[in-house]
Design a binder for this molecule. Structure first.
Ligand code: FAD
Length: 575
């Protein structure tokens, strides 16, 4: 067992973790722990862009961005936090430009911007060009830029360190326990503050755009350690994943003019969203695709539709969407300039997660009481700027704006706070969990159990949900959990034991699946990404509130928290 002491520990080296590390390292001594090599974090996969009302192409205002975000969220986002998001987005983008991020530019040298779903001018009048981008590798460029800056600032990196536990004692966070992948050794990191920035958990579902590493580890660990999870019933399905594979075809493809078509070649979005068409918010487009498929208008009656880029011409496709065309050629063996691309909705983004305030402090109840020393930012957190449905380009804004705010709060906090003693034998619970898994002699395989969970979540907890199906998933999850106690891993070694980590990740996924389904079962209305066929209407009288799910000895218990409404009042949605 090895012991380390730092002012602050940041778990996760994606955009949120790196932005926070950069800010905090101005005065504090910071270590970043990441289970992946930092630049392999999922932020690097973000293609489309980052939204900010710069107004470089046409008039734009942060208030319009705020309106779109609130409306896109189906009025569940907290409007005080959305205001911060949209105001500070502008500075966040210019800051990246000044750090050297190679954004695409207009002919006169300003940052270029393009259209994206749900972004409008003048409070919903028509589409606006708001997304800043570096071709379709925006996230890759953000990650590289922030990593360089962190290295310059002397941030200490522990790469391929897998965090397995949070040390919380007397209501305060004092560090983490991590497993070093190369050796299998356990390390204790003792700190005044810990920031969780571990990204999403799309691996709950069979078809997902998310990388294999996105298993929600620290969201589940926080939950096990008594932190509630907010709004977990809201999970976004992106309309255009490559058929059967889930690999994302960014909304940028539709931003550049791509069109969705059914088996008759019809541009069916005309019927569902006459103004915004193919660029309506993602929940609407995903439901429309599912509806077409159900009514037999999928391609050849199957469960996919076509994305048509053929009218855009080779120049636009190759220059504006180079990575996407590459994926299409590599994975489908077709040329998007000439052929239609088969797509289906893919599990993409967790709106819910660890509840925080606007400074990234983790909060533990409906009075917003913070848990001292514990912070969260990025996709694993719920601040809540995305409410029931996130608009495209708003996650990259979220990770930068709230990563920076959390980093800033951390350096103020560690200046004042004392380093508190660690609990007795801090690594003991994890050591026994690891031994239990390695010594397991059962017959169950981790991969099989994971596959069954993913299929079940996909079938009954995705774009459409209803009571009986959700109840079936809950029962099935309980059975899977029972079976997961009888797993056997083949690799009993210490070095790079990924089988052991996958077994631990399965446990996290099962926990998060259960909270997701239980939260979805409790919410008897439809809002944003949560669509209940048995309750198809939004119900503001009873459900204009955030879910807080707690783990208790008697199972999951719910409390609810009011939504903060400042400027925009819920009304019937129209697009
Ligand atoms: C294919 C794709 C395209 C996207 N395109 C866009 C887009 O164009 N615009 C937009 O706004 N959003 C986009 N998104 C969403 C956005 O990219 C993500 O929500 C965002 O980048 C998440 O950043 P993050 O810093 O929270 O987490 P991530 O970048 O996922 O980083 C998570 C980090 O946590 C670490 N970690 C996880 N678990 C552990 C553990 N147990 N121990 C130690 N470390 C751990 C990982 O190593 C990693 O470093 C896209 C997402 C996908 C999947």
């Amino acid at each position: 067992m090895m012991y380390h002491r730092h002012d602050a520990i940041i778990v996760g080296a994606g955009g949120a973790g790196l932005r926070a590390a950069l800010e905090a390292s101005a005065t504090a001594e910071v270590a970043v722990l990441s289970k992946l090599y930092p630049t392999r974090s999922h932020t690097g996969a973000a293609q489309g862009g980052i939204g900010a009302a710069l107004g470089n192409m046409e008039e734009d205002r942060w208030e319009w961005h705020m309106f779109d975000t609130v409306k896109g969220s189906d009025y569940l986002a907290d409007q005080d936090t959305v205001e911060i998001l949209c105001r500070e987005a502008i500075e966040a983008v210019y800051e990246l430009e000044h750090m050297g991020l190679p954004f695409d530019r207009t002919p006169d040298g300003r940052l270029a911007q393009r259209r994206f779903g749900g972004h409008t001018r003048n409070f919903g009048e028509g589409p606006v060009q708001r997304s800043c981008y570096a071709a379709d590798r925006t996230g890759h460029m953000i990650l590289q830029t922030l990593y360089q800056q962190c290295i310059k600032n002397g941030v200490r990196f522990f790469d391929e360190f897998h965090v397995l536990d949070l040390l919380i004692e007397d209501g305060g966070c004092r560090g983490v326990v991590a497993l070093e992948l190369a050796t299998g050794d356990l390390h204790i990191f003792h700190a005044k503050a810990v920031l969780l920035a571990t990204g999403g958990f799309g691996r709950l579902f069979k078809i997902t755009s998310n990388a294999h590493a996105l298993t929600g580890d620290c969201v589940a660990i926080a939950f096990r350690r008594g932190v509630p999870l907010e709004d977990m019933e809201f999970y976004q399905f992106h309309p255009t994943g490559i058929y059967k594979m889930g690999i994302l075809i960014s909304e940028a493809a539709r931003g550049e003019g791509g069109i969705l078509r059914n088996r008759d070649g019809e541009r069916f979005m005309q019927r569902y969203a006459p103004t915004l068409l193919d660029l309506a918010p993602r929940d609407m487009v995903s439901r429309a695709i599912h509806a077409e498929i159900r009514e037999g208008r999928g391609i050849g009656g199957k469960d996919y539709v076509h994305l048509d880029l053929t009218h855009l011409g080779r120049d636009v496709v190759e220059k504006k969407l180079p990575e996407i065309s590459d994926f299409i050629r590599t994975y489908l063996g077709i040329d998007p300039v000439k052929e239609l691309v088969p797509v289906q909705p893919t599990a993409h983004y967790a709106m819910g997660g660890i509840p925080t305030d606007v400074d990234g402090r983790v909060i533990i109840d409906e009075q917003n009481t913070p848990l001292p020393g514990l912070y969260a930012a990025g996709e694993c957190a719920c601040v809540s700027v995305h409410g029931a449905n996130r608009l495209g380009t708003n996650s990259l804004v979220d990770i930068l704006v709230f990563g920076r705010r959390a980093g800033r709060h951390i350096w103020r906090f560690v200046r004042e706070a004392d380093l508190l003693p660690l609990p007795f034998e801090p690594e003991a619970p994890i050591r026994s969990e690891v031994s239990r898994i390695l010594e397991g002699t059962g017959r169950e395989s981790v991969a099989d159990l994971r596959r069954m969970m993913q299929q079940e979540m996909m079938d009954k907890t995705s774009v459409f949900r209803e009571k009986a199906g959700l109840q079936e998933v809950l029962d099935h999850l309980e059975e899977l959990r029972e079976r997961s106690r009888k797993i056997r891993v083949q690799d009993k070694g210490h070095s790079f034991n990924t089988a052991l980590l996958e077994a631990l990740e399965l446990g996290y996924l099962l926990d998060l699946a259960e909270v997701t389904v239980a939260s979805a079962l409790a919410r008897t209305e439809s809002r944003g990404a949560h669509y209940r066929e048995d309750y198809p209407k939004r119900d503001d009288v009873n459900w204009l509130k955030h879910t807080l799910a707690y783990r208790t000895p008697n199972g999951i218990e719910f409390r609810y928290k009011p939504v903060v409404i400042t400027r925009f009042h819920p009304e019937e949605r129209k697009y």
